[in-house]
Write a protein that binds this ligand. Sequence first.
Ligand SMILES: [Zn+2]
Length: 365
Amino acid sequence: MIPPALRIRGAVLVGPQEVRDELWVVDGRISFTAPTGTAARDVRTVSGWALPGLVDAHCHVGLDAGGAVDRPTAEEQITTDRAAGALLLRDAGSPADTRWVDDRDDLPRLVRAGRHIARPRRYLRNYAAEVEPDDLVAEVVTQAGRGDGWVKLVGDWIDRGVGDLAPCWPADAAKAAIDAAHAAGARVTAHCFAEDSLADLVEAGIDCIEHATGLTEDTIPLFAERGVAIVPTLVNIATFEGIARGAEEKFPAYARHMRALHARRYDTVRAAHDAGIPLYVGTDAGGSLPHGLVAAEVAELRRAGLPAQAALSAATWSARAWLGHPALTEGAPADLVVYPADPRADVGVLAAPDLIVLRGRPVAP
Ligand SMILES: [Zn+2]
């Protein structure tokens, strides 16, 4: 039996400036030409505003607050992302083997960063491959082999001896590790909350920084000049107050620091965007946060002062290009989401899609 072709009519948001009035899905692929012959016999028409499948550029599948989770739990996580319209995920570090996802046509596409790489006792328990700087290059090569073109470092974390956030890696170790990852064909990103590790990592050639709450007027121009991307994960930064409260008795300087980073988070993100730093939507789902928050993160970018087009692009067109996946182009795999109202007028509509199409097949919202 030939599956019905799908016709989306209304506003097909092909790019930030390009809108078409209809699109067809035939044999799992996007076409801007009406089907003919047998494919034209059975066409289902859906009206609305269509976007490319959303991107969550920082989440964790197979991970929760305690470390690796079993396969049914990981499946529930990625299914929740799918129901939110997030059809392309960059996994920013997972201790679980999630290769089985690649064999499942009904689950989102996953771009992995291997397992987090951290200094011993300088990150969450059970998350990371923990190595000292002398072993960093070897571990980066190992994790580049486990991933899909990304490696994830923990760039800073609380140093309990110092009582505050502090960089995890000497600059020369970071440089050697980033060179090794690039030689292995992987881009490198790092978790960084504070200010101090950023300039060294950019000088070492890093490709992206997660969270990036420590950007300042000194480092923002440097990121912009080098084209280093950031994934702000504002829905996660919202938890800083709780982290500070839990830590203030033992580590008052750390608590103050976290609160200061939190207080200026919107200013930081807006200044980064205004300076031309590429910026993408990521939720940090799968550590302590639930999956499926992609619409909430887009709304946070609006709250930070980004224009609607920029906030949408960070979850769609530009994010897909950054990860090397097509958007709504002729012949591309049909991964798209249809909304009942214009997301450019109100990004809040992203929270309730009418239709989600993955690899040409409708999946339940
Ligand atoms: Zn994360």
